[in-house]
Ligand binder design. Structure first.
Ligand SMILES: *[C@@H]1O[C@H](CO)[C@@H](O)[C@H](O)[C@H]1NC(C)=O
Ligand SMILES: *[C@@H]1O[C@H](CO)[C@@H](O)[C@H](O)[C@H]1NC(C)=O
Ligand SMILES: [Zn+2]
Length: 449
């Protein structure tokens, strides 16, 4: 699959056949998809106990092993007395963080600033605030202490050393989900149950993300890949981890068992929808509904489908944020890709597409992602919810794409000036140079070291 990704410095060129499928393939390998269903994790009430790090084989990867250290410290932290919301906020910052929460429905909401003002507790604080604001705590008779403990554990189970897939990303997705659920069409039809589910799914959708992608887990024979049979490996794990925390904290233990299991199932169906390799299936169904105008939000299953689409949008809405925010996300996600590439090189594994820092740049990754993944999704979303927010998002995406394009151009003209040979190959590229990005054929740093 690596060879299918044709890319050259300073510009993007793709194999012509099916560019969208190609791009999606890079992000979540569909090659290994199997048609198995989703069996419940046997010991799902304690999902982390199932992770045996010794199964990482001879290709031991330190980054993944840090997982264990992380879980260990997390277990210790869980023993400390529960703190209630306001106490975690430093006095000086409490006021400013509160002030920001007054504008939590704003698309320009600066989650990075909010995270700093809450001393790194953006996910807990934001989710707690939204659940309270909607009155969901009273409505579902949630125990405040259990809820707080649940949110603390959720936040802790994100890896703070991941450049991108950390608790701030989860907080960002939760904030975006909130914005979407406030859109008129949704606001007037969603039930309290839908809203509770939407917020919980957003907050937990990447829980315990290892900072590497599914193809990596498969090729290193990671335990999770075999557990989930190479299919939506990460998403299944996020879901099962969330269910584990729900059960461990007993957040819904006062509800009838049928309701609890419905909740767990629906949570899974939302989280699994964030598997980017399934994007085309979701998009086709969305288009069909929009073309035939037969979405009826009085139907629970249609509302659930819209929640899935909303969560998918929230998950990849980075390109639709104002440049200052969007740019930071782009840099973070690229750094996470590159770190995976570094690990792959170090362990003499094939370097995954987009993960080689020698042949990719933030800009070319972003432009490709917008063109083949984000734009098609947000175009349909704007058809469904034709509002100011949708127009704002598309507007930002257009501007951000142009900005990356401009930066790419500056970069490539700078390198042409510096190195006349790149300029020469760049023009006459069609046959030879494109293959060069197949990472195996590029002389790797590992040969030297
Ligand atoms: C998962 O993929 C790997 C590598 O392609 C393969 O060896 C393994 O048999 C697959 N496992 C399942 C359950 O399909
Ligand atoms: C409505 O939407 C679904 C998509 O799930 C489609 O299969 C169906 O044929 C559509 N049309 C009507 C008239 O129900
Ligand atoms: Zn995510």
């Amino acid at each position: 699959y690596c060879i299918l990704f044709l890319q050259r410095r300073g510009a993007i060129s793709y194999d012509s056949s099916d560019q969208t499928a190609l791009y999606i393939r890079m992000l979540g390998d569909v090659r290994v998809r199997s048609q198995v269903g989703f069996e419940p994790e046997r010991r799902s009430s304690h999902p982390y106990l199932c992770i045996d790090f010794r199964t990482l084989h001879s290709k031991r990867v330190h980054r993944l092993l840090s997982f264990q250290r992380y879980l260990h410290s997390s277990r210790l932290l869980r023993g400390i007395p529960q703190q209630m919301p306001l106490h975690i906020l430093d006095e000086d910052y409490t006021g400013q963080a509160r002030c920001m929460l007054d504008k939590v429905g704003n698309w320009n909401f600066d989650i990075f600033l909010f995270d700093r003002l809450t001393n790194g507790n953006s996910l807990i604080t934001l989710t707690f605030h939204l659940l309270n604001q909607y009155g969901l705590v009273e409505l579902f008779q949630l125990d405040m202490v259990k809820l707080w403990r649940f949110l603390v554990m959720v936040q802790e189970d994100y890896h703070s050393d991941n450049p991108y897939h950390n608790a701030v990303h989860a907080a960002d997705v939760t904030q975006a989900m909130y914005c979407y659920m406030r859109e008129p069409k949704l606001a007037k039809s969603l039930t309290s149950y839908d809203i509770l589910l939407g917020l919980l799914a957003a907050a937990t959708h990447d829980l315990d993300h290892p900072g590497v992608n599914q193809p990596f887990l498969i090729k290193t024979d990671h335990y999770l890949a075999s557990l989930y049979r190479n299919t939506s490996v990460l998403e299944n794990h996020h879901w099962k981890s969330a269910v584990g925390l729900l059960r461990e904290t007993g957040l819904f233990s006062h509800m009838p068992p049928e309701d609890r299991s419905d909740m767990e199932r629906d949570l899974g169906s939302l989280i699994l929808a964030t598997d980017i390799s399934q994007q085309n299936e979701y998009l086709s169904r969305f288009r069909l509904h929009l073309d035939q105008q037969n979405l009826s939000l009085t139907s629970a299953s249609h509302r659930h489908f819209i929640l899935q689409m909303a969560l998918k949008c929230a998950d990849i809405c980075n390109p639709c944020r104002p440049w200052e925010l969007s740019k930071q996300w782009s840099e973070k996600v690229t750094e996470e890709f590159f770190q995976q590439g570094d690990i792959e090189k170090k362990h003499h594994l094939e370097v995954s597409p987009l993960c080689d820092r020698e042949t990719n740049s933030v800009g070319n990754i972003q432009i490709g992602f917008m063109t083949y993944v984000a734009e098609p999704l947000f175009a349909e979303w704007a058809r469904f919810s034709d509002t100011r927010l949708s127009q704002t998002m598309l507007g930002h995406m257009g501007l951000n794409k142009a900005s990356w394009g401009g930066l790419q151009q500056e970069l490539s003209s700078a390198s042409e000036e510096a190195d006349p040979t790149t300029a020469a190959t760049k023009d006459g590229d069609t046959a030879g140079t494109t293959e060069g990005t197949s990472s195996k054929e590029i002389p790797q740093g590992s040969n030297v070291s």
